[in-house]
Design a protein around this ligand. Sequence first.
Ligand SMILES: [Zn+2]
Length: 118
Amino acid sequence: MQLYGYQLKKVIKVKATAYDSCEICCGKTDGITKTGTKAKTDHTIAVDPKVIPLGSKVYIAELGKIYTAEDTGGKIIGNRIDIFMDTHEQAKQFGIRELTAYILLENKENSMDTDFRL
Ligand SMILES: [Zn+2]
């Protein structure tokens, strides 16, 4: 996979779980993330901002998708992420997985040199 317009900042192993916008997962149901955005499937992840800064793009190798770090959670501390999903059932089925997270920086200067291949 070629990722255009990004620089690779860091690759880390994370323990991942999943969540949705239900009362059980969030204690509220508005689906609004820590950064004020509306949580979206295949887009939103919750992170520990000390490990992955909020606003970062994060490529999850095992899932083949780029997510945006825009939420936090009480149990999301250290090398932990929580992946937003549509339903509580999907989130539960996801379980706990060891995943590889590529923390990306958006490349504002338009330099082809910093694109990289995974
Ligand atoms: Zn839930």
